[in-house]
Design a protein around this ligand. Structure first.
Ligand code: GSH
Length: 215
């Protein structure tokens, strides 16, 4: 049995953060497929009783430790491995600031936008997707400005703040209807740097459930 088990599915950028971190630190890990789309597994009483009362992926299991929230999982893995970890208290606080901003306002809007555009039935109301797109543009511009003056979110070294930001950014441009790397060139350059890290893989390669089975 692998040392780490990750409840996840291929289309989840939230889970990708944890899967990518596990791969980048060279952990011995195995994914456990969660049937989010067809089976509605995260909404079942069994999942909420046995896996995560919040009804979400990712969930990381490591021995007796079971964690959800990708930001918490990233912090746990960084502390345990010493890799991609902030190096001092100021850096730790700075990483947390960006991870929370990302969870709420960058990938926190990209995820629902992509879901409404590709997977929701009926498809998302244009008023809702239009609102989300406006927020996405504004928040990606904030990240782009930051990455225009430094190679990684906290400076010269990649940390968990970068791995959090990777969330939905590598999914195909067609799934969004716009090209993040082209529209925000400093983010595009950063994406190439992250992609070059040993162990990097695309979310569709790293997690089970792609392509999506039709009902
Ligand atoms: N802030 C959370 C977000 C997790 C999240 O929203 N995961 C989605 C999948 S991408 C989920 O499990 N949603 C279940 C549902 O809405 O029923 C994290 O970063 O872990």
């Amino acid at each position: 049995m692998a040392e780490y088990q990750l409840y996840c599915f291929a289309q989840s950028g939230n889970a990708y953060r944890a899967a990518l971190m596990l791969n980048l630190i060279g952990a011995d890990w195995k994914p456990t497929f969660v049937d989010f789309f067809l089976g509605g597994e995260t909404r079942t009483p069994e999942y909420r009783a046995n896996v995560n009362e919040m009804g979400e992926v990712p969930v990381l299991v490591h021995g007796d430790t079971k964690l959800s929230q990708s930001g918490v999982i990233l912090d746990y893995l960084a502390r345990g491995s010493g890799k991609f970890a902030p190096q001092c208290e100021d850096e730790r606080l700075e990483a947390l600031r960006w991870i929370i901003f990302d969870n709420q306002k960058v990938n926190g809007f990209l995820g629902p936008f992509r879901f409404l555009k590709n997977f929701a039935k009926p498809a998302g109301d244009p008023a809702v997707t239009g609102f989300l797109k406006g927020r996405i543009d504004g928040n990606l511009a904030i990240v782009n400005k930051r990455l225009a003056t430094r190679p990684y979110m906290l400076g010269d070294r990649p940390t968990i703040a970068d791995i959090s930001l990777a969330g939905y950014l590598y999914y195909p441009a067609e799934e969004f209807g716009f090209d993040i790397a082209k529209d925000h060139p400093a983010i595009g350059a950063w994406m190439e740097r992250i992609k070059a890290l040993p162990g990097w893989k695309h979310p569709y390669e790293l997690m089970p459930g792609y392509p999506l089975k039709k009902a």
